[in-house]
Structures are given as C-alpha cells and as structure tokens.
Design a binder for this molecule. Structure first.
Ligand SMILES: [Zn+2]
Length: 390
C-alpha cells in the first residue's frame, strides 16, 4: 500500500472541524468534566472498527482506550492525548474561548494548541489507517486521557493496565511545533516551613520570629549545592522560591512561615535522594542556628523522563517522517512536563512527544492552532504507524 492512499483520507478540514468540536466541550480542569468529550471521541472511532474501553474515574470523568486490532506479532503503538484544559483566566481573549472559531487558517480557543488540535490530528490519522484496511502486526491504540493538567490520573490508570507492559512506543501530541521531544525535566515542588513562637509585636524578645527564621533558611538555601549532570538538550537543574506566606498581623510576632520552591530536575536525578539532601540540609541548620525549627514537605513530584534517540521506535519514526513526508524532524527540548513522566518511569516504554501548535501559546489567552500544522502532524502519525505496525 502506498502511504499517499492513506494520506488521501487525512483532510485538513475534518481535523479543523474536529478541533472546533472538541474545544466546544468545556473540559476546564479543575474540575475536568471530560466524560462528554471522551464519549464524543469514541463515537467518531466506533464505525471504523475500533474496540472501545473506558476507564471510569468518577461519574463526570473518564479516559478512553480505543483499539484497532493487529495480529499481535508486535507491541502496540499508542497515540495519546489529553482532553482537559487549563482555566481561561481573567481576560485578554479576543475570541470566545469555548467556541473554536475557525479563521485565517487557524482554530481559536482554550485547548486548541494544548492539546485538542493534536488529539484531533491523531484521531484522523488513526481513522485513516483503519480506512486503509492495511494489515497491522500490532494494535494501534488511541488513548484520550482525563486529568493531565492536575494529577495525570488518566495516564496513571493507563500505565497500570497489564497490557501496557507490551506497548512498543507511545506518541504524545503535546504542542512542539511538530518537532520531536524525547526528554523532559522532572517537577519537584517542596514546601519549607519554619516554626516560631508568637508574642505581642511590642515585645519581640518574648517570641521567636518564624519569618526571620525563614530569611536565614533561604539565605543558606541559595548557597546549597545540588549535584546534577547538565543535559545536552535540557540544560541545567533550575530552582526558584516562588511563594512565601507568614504572619497574621503587623503587631504579632509570626509563629509560622512557609515557602514553595519550584525545582526542575534532570534525567538521572533521583527525587528521593534530593528530598533526603534537603532534609539533611534543614537538620544541619537546626543544629547551627539557635531556636530554628523547620520542616519540608513535597507537594508535587513528577520524575524526569528520557527516551534514547537510538531506540528503534525513534529511528523508525524519524525515517517514516523523512520517507513519507519529506521532513527532517529536529529534536528539541520539552519545556514542560507531559504524560511521559508517567509512562517512561512506569513502563520504560519509548515515548515520543510531537504535536502541532506552539507550546508558548499553551495556557495563554487567544490560544490558537494552525490547521496546516495539524494536517502535517496527522500525516506524520499515520506514516509512523505504518512504519511501526506493518
Ligand atoms: Zn498539554
């Protein structure tokens, strides 16, 4: 079968309309309410021979696993995208965020780039493979997940399926301007709290000031060296102290102060060792600084993830894009966390991140996606599926 026959079933107009339809489901997370959008995706695939399986999270939320059966001679290829979106924020929208207006070759709206456009491209690519009736050596799975923007519960539940251990590769259509991401940094958000003793503001000598204790902790934290290997694509470990809360009133000595730190870790860094280092750092300060009492609590923990460029599915993906679409796909840094942070550590499955749309537009007002980029992405997914499964 010629790949051009499969491309003939990939229509830019259909992808654009599907993106518009998906944007019209308000899947703002929290709370998510992804069920209707998930059922809509299932209904599109059903007539083309996909077996449908729903993972129920709660009455309003589910994740879809749609399967086009192969012969079982190769592991499944998973095309994966999330349907939830982040809140629209307080303003700055020239286009209504949940209408999916199509104008100037773009679809506008919340979630168009992150990542209903990428999901629409995957749905149309999967449908085109089914329509071609090309024999598949392994299953083609399309997974549409709930909950990515908050706790990745959809991806977590997929990774727990026994069959997931046999997947040969996962492609995630997060927006990368159709470039390939293979590595992403981990997310490590500790909260550090200092404890003092309250007293009247007129007699500070009777209290212990938790805010001033935090000043001492942060001064030392700035100097703390955290070991890491710089990564050729991802660069360095980063850390920033981004919120601080303490005190109740100007005339009361504060007995508590808390900061939240955003750290982005690199492949090879172990989060439990990092947490241990921070615990040891605080215990050391408690011994050095009189009256200091502090604690640390991890509020969010997503490990770094990396797939080798030498992995067979990556090589097949790159050569399929070159042969079928005539493009050399560059390898780029993924600046945010994706569901690869669940799939890679749990399954060691090669995970490729490539999708239409500009990552800089994600989570912004006036989010849009270019229709031509979605069509190109759909062709890349279809070509990769043929290469990996036939
Ligand atoms: Zn996303």
């Amino acid at each position: 079968m010629d790949i051009k026959d499969i491309f003939a079933n990939i229509s830019a107009e259909e992808i654009a309309q599907l993106t518009r339809d998906l944007v019209r489901f308000d899947t703002t997370n929290p709370p998510g309410n992804e069920r209707q959008a998930i059922e809509f995706v299932a209904e599109i695939l059903k007539p083309f021979g996909f077996e449908l399986r729903f993972i129920e999270h709660d009455p309003q939320r589910s994740t879809l696993l749609a399967r086009l059966k192969g012969k079982g001679e190769r592991g499944a290829l998973v095309l994966n995208g999330h349907v939830d979106v982040v809140p629209v924020g307080s303003g700055g929208w020239d286009y209504p965020p949940f209408e999916g207006i199509i104008e100037n070759g773009k679809v506008w709206g919340r979630g168009s780039a992150d990542m209903k456009g990428g999901l629409a491209a995957m749905i149309v690519a999967a449908k085109a493979i089914a329509q071609s009736k090309i024999p598949l050596k392994g299953d083609l799975l399309l997974t549409a997940t709930a909950g990515e923007e908050v706790n990745m519960m959809g991806a977590r539940s997929l990774a727990e399926l026994p069959e997931a251990k046999h997947w040969q590769a996962v492609i995630i259509s997060e927006p990368t301007s159709n470039r390939l991401g293979l590595a992403e940094r981990g997310v490590f958000w500790p909260e550090i709290t200092t404890y003092g003793k309250t007293a009247h503001g007129s007699t500070p000598e009777l209290g212990i000031n938790a805010v001033m204790m935090m000043v001492k902790v942060l001064t030392e934290f700035e100097k703390l060296e955290i070991p890491f290997q710089p990564h050729p694509v991802l660069g360095n470990l980063t850390r920033s102290v981004n919120t601080i809360q303490g005190g109740v009133k100007v005339n009361v000595i504060p007995d508590q102060c808390a900061v939240m730190v955003d750290m982005r870790t690199l492949p090879g860094q172990d989060h439990s060792a990092l947490l241990q280092q921070l615990n040891d750092f605080l215990s050391g300060l408690e011994r050095e600084i009189p009256n200091l009492k502090a604690s640390i609590r991890l509020t969010y923990d997503l490990p770094p993830a990396e797939t080798s460029q030498e992995a067979a599915p990556v090589q097949q993906f790159l050569s399929a894009a070159k042969k079928a679409c005539g493009i050399e796909i560059p390898i780029v840094k993924i600046p945010f966390a994706t569901e690869a942070a669940i799939f890679v550590p749990a399954l060691s499955v090669p995970t490729l991140i490539l999708g239409p749309g500009d990552a800089a537009l994600a989570h912004q007002p006036n989010e849009f996606i270019e229709i031509a980029a979605m069509e190109k992405a759909a062709q890349i997914y279809a070509a990769a599926a043929v290469e990996m499964l036939s």
